[in-house]
Design a binder for this molecule. Sequence first.
Ligand SMILES: CC(C)(COP(=O)(O)OP(=O)(O)OC[C@H]1O[C@@H](n2cnc3c(N)ncnc32)[C@H](O)[C@@H]1OP(=O)(O)O)[C@@H](O)C(=O)NCCC(=O)NCCS
Length: 177
Amino acid sequence: MTDLLVTHTADLGHPDLTAARALLDEVFEGDFSDEDWDHSLGGVHVLLREGRELIGHGSIVQRRLTHEGRALRTGYVEGVAVRADRRRRGHAGRIMAELERVARSAYELGALSASDEGAAFYAARGWQRWQGPTSVFAPEGVRRTEEDDDSVFVLPGTARLDRTGALICDWRNGDAW
Ligand SMILES: CC(C)(COP(=O)(O)OP(=O)(O)OC[C@H]1O[C@@H](n2cnc3c(N)ncnc32)[C@H](O)[C@@H]1OP(=O)(O)O)[C@@H](O)C(=O)NCCC(=O)NCCS
């Protein structure tokens, strides 16, 4: 029996936050940094529990992505993970359905940077790979992020998008995308 909790970071208690961080550390096998965790906070979390155990997590936070001269209010998906022994049962699909609902109703578009494993999963859900050059508004100015060009996906909403055009994300510590 699983249950889904959808809540803002502000309303998640310390035990749930600790469990979410522990799940992400386990799933990403030590490759989930403090900055990655920081990027997952300050928005809406979806927690999937089986009994008292947390088996899945995803969150969506606001960022500004600039495209064709407009700063778009973007729901950026972070920290999507399902425990290894619970995969291919539709759990991530349930988590994403909630995050996509938030993206569609509160933002002009959804966006995320997919892992190799995640790319097929997101594509199957209708997320579209960005085809144009990606960059970041770094403190010293706009900087290309070539290494991220192939991993950025968008969920089109009300914003007019040309997926072959340039996309610039706002600045943050750690990975730009
Ligand atoms: C990616 C991940 C979240 C998917 O979780 P999941 O609960 O297994 O996903 P679901 O069962 O909801 O998958 C639904 C559909 O997505 C697709 N899909 C899911 N994982 C896939 C994979 N590894 N490769 C190809 N397609 C995949 C399939 O179409 C699947 O349906 P099917 O099982 O009937 O074929 C999980 O594998 C994971 O936590 N991976 C490690 C962390 C990670 O990479 N997260 C993404 C960060 S961007």
